[in-house]
Design a protein around this ligand. Structure first.
Ligand SMILES: CC(=O)SCCNC(=O)CCNC(=O)[C@H](O)C(C)(C)COP(=O)(O)OP(=O)(O)OC[C@H]1O[C@@H](n2cnc3c(N)ncnc32)[C@H](O)[C@@H]1OP(=O)(O)O
Ligand SMILES: N[C@@H](CCO)C(=O)O
Length: 523
């Protein structure tokens, strides 16, 4: 029987510095599926005290990992690791080391070669669905194994906030305080709708193949479009307008001949945009200008190509094509006299004929910075995420509802949620971002109203939902004040905090392996 080795895994856990992996022998999920030999990636900072009482859990958002220092580094300015043992877990379905669609599927490996799905040896779409509660239950088991007896605080933003709320509800006497940030008691119809739009972008990519694509050849265009769409929900109209307005990447030089003495470039139409990750790397001619800030185009030097790291590449017999290194600029192809200068070379004729019709005045002035920003982020995402993982996690987020299974479905949503929030025992600091249109301030007000011992703080930001990852000075101030009040310096629970286990390393024969192992699913 062929067996897949962990080294075949296409998990992206190598992107996560300093992670450890804990193998849970078996996990039964809310769906009823049981998976075995289940990896969970985690990172730790500080030292667990002898009583196991100084733990703080930090929960990540959709595309984060267990390495809190990577995506929320400034948090450590207020989380004193001489005092606290801080731990970040990676959720199921994420590509960063915990069990996911990228995990090796030993049952698939036992299939005859002609019956193996294209995603073999990874699970792909056959990885069972998971919920936030599945994550929290698994993470709690691991904390117990590590010797943690009390969690002083759970902090989480966005999806991490979903987990923070579930920690309180599932383990009321284990968790002492909670800080949900830019989050919600349930995924609203609005958020479910945005999730759906993003998944549909992935499904629409013909490479997707119902999720059975091989991880080495993912539906790149679909994932890029999904991330671009998501990014717009993480920002705000006002910040987008003020950053980019209607500024465009300046028009190309009249002819390449005027800059380098060479032939004129063939320009790409928007329709020709393909993420660069799918193109072979090409060397840039040394003579061509290479970089400049996208946010400060220089109107005084219109001939210089000003996109970041722009490179003019040679495309063999086709002549020259423009491929900026960081993102591909989909220049409109109308190369009428004036946009490429007055010279009517064969190349210009070709461009004009293929995409020059139906354009309005001004469209040949170059793409908007607003566009290149999205393309940059879409493309960057390709190098660090997987489409099936994306589909998996957005579905997980859609299941989030603190009232699910706890209160009758027949009551109105607000009543169901209030009934559950009213049972939260922990003091809570609810943090909202003023311009968040994904989890708006009203949803944080609902949390603060519902949780008996809670206070609401609103971070003033133009950045939208991602303000919770950007406005760290304000976020830190609120967290610091809360921790000072509820876990003071001389707190009896943290007294005699002599170290017992360094950096979360565990002993006693527990199965801790450094890389993603095989796992099986019984659905
Ligand atoms: C293992 C892992 O990878 S997990 C960790 C990664 N995941 C996470 O961090 C999740 C949470 N983090 C985030 O979502 C983000 O990092 C945030 C919200 C904190 C900050 O967002 P940022 O992307 O840094 O900020 P911003 O929106 O300003 O984008 C800056 C980038 O856009 C580029 N950019 C800005 N304007 C333009 C433009 N007009 N055209 C092209 N590119 C542009 C900048 O050059 C910069 O590029 P770079 O990130 O490659 O250096
Ligand atoms: N921008 C963050 C937050 C999403 O809620 C992420 O990509 O994870």
């Amino acid at each position: 029987m062929a067996s897949a080795s962990p080294s075949n895994s296409s998990s992206l856990v190598h992107l996560v510095a300093g992670h450890k992996t804990y193998i849970l022998p078996s996990v039964t999920l809310e769906s009823g599926a049981t998976i075995t030999d289940v990896p969970v990636a985690y990172n730790t900072w500080g030292t667990l005290n002898a009583k196991g009482t100084n733990c703080v859990v930090v929960c990540h958002a959709l595309s984060g990992s267990s390495d809190v220092s990577d995506w929320w580094g400034p948090l450590f300015q207020v989380l004193d690791t001489d005092r606290f043992f801080v731990i970040g877990f990676n959720v199921f379905g994420s590509p960063y080391g915990s069990a996911s669609p990228l995990t090796l599927n030993p049952s698939a490996s036992s299939l005859p070669p002609d019956l193996r799905p294209p995603c073999w040896p990874a699970y792909g779409p056959d990885f069972p669905s998971t919920t936030v509660r599945d994550d929290v239950r698994a993470h709690e088991r691991i904390l117990r194994e590590l010797g943690v007896t009390r969690v002083q605080c759970v902090i989480g933003g966005s999806m991490g906030g979903f987990a923070a709320l579930e920690w309180c509800l599932l383990f009321p006497s284990f968790v002492r305080t909670v800080i949900p940030v830019a989050t919600s008691s349930r995924h609203s119809a609005w958020c479910v709708s945005w999730s759906e739009v993003q998944r549909q972008a992935i499904f629409a990519d013909p490479v997707y193949d119902d999720g059975y694509y091989h991880p080495s050849n993912p539906p790149r265009a679909g994932l890029t479009a999904a991330r671009m769409c998501a990014l717009m929900t993480y920002r705000a109209r006002v910040s987008t307008e003020s950053r980019f307005s209607r500024r465009r990447v300046p028009t190309l030089p009249a002819t390449r001949a005027e800059v380098t003495g060479g032939p004129a470039p063939v320009l790409l139409a928007d329709a020709e945009y393909t993420p660069l990750a799918s193109r072979p790397a090409q060397a840039a001619p040394k003579a061509w200008p290479t970089s400049s800030s996208p946010s400060s185009p220089s109107p005084s030097s219109p001939r210089k190509f000003l996109t970041p790291h722009a490179v003019l590449h040679s495309e063999g017999s086709k002549g020259l094509r423009l491929y900026p290194e960081e993102y591909e600029v989909g220049y409109v192809g109308k190369a009428g006299k004036g946009s490429l200068g007055g010279e009517s070379s064969d190349t210009e004729e070709k461009v004009q004929t293929t995409s020059g019709e139906g354009r309005v005045a001004g469209e040949d002035e170059g793409v908007f910075y607003a566009q290149t920003y999205l393309r940059h982020h879409g493309r960057k995402f390709l190098s660090r995420f997987d489409p099936n993982c994306y589909v998996h996690i957005t579905r997980k987020m859609d299941t989030h509802d603190v009232a699910r299974g706890r209160v009758s479905d027949h009551l109105p949503d607000s009543e169901r949620v209030a009934a559950v929030l009213g049972t939260v025992k922990q003091p809570a600091l609810v943090i909202a971002v003023s311009s968040d249109f994904l989890y708006p301030v009203e949803e944080q007000e609902e949390l603060a109203r519902g949780i008996p011992n809670s206070r609401l703080r609103v971070v003033d930001s133009l950045h939208g939902h991602d303000g919770f990852l950007i406005e760290l000075k304000q976020v830190n101030k609120h967290i610091q004040e809360f921790l000072k009040e509820f876990i003071p310096e001389n707190d009896p629970e943290l007294a005699e905090a002599s170290p017992s286990r360094a950096n979360g390393d565990i002993s006693g024969g527990l199965d801790v392996r450094p890389s993603t192992p095989k796992m099986t699913a019984k659905v």
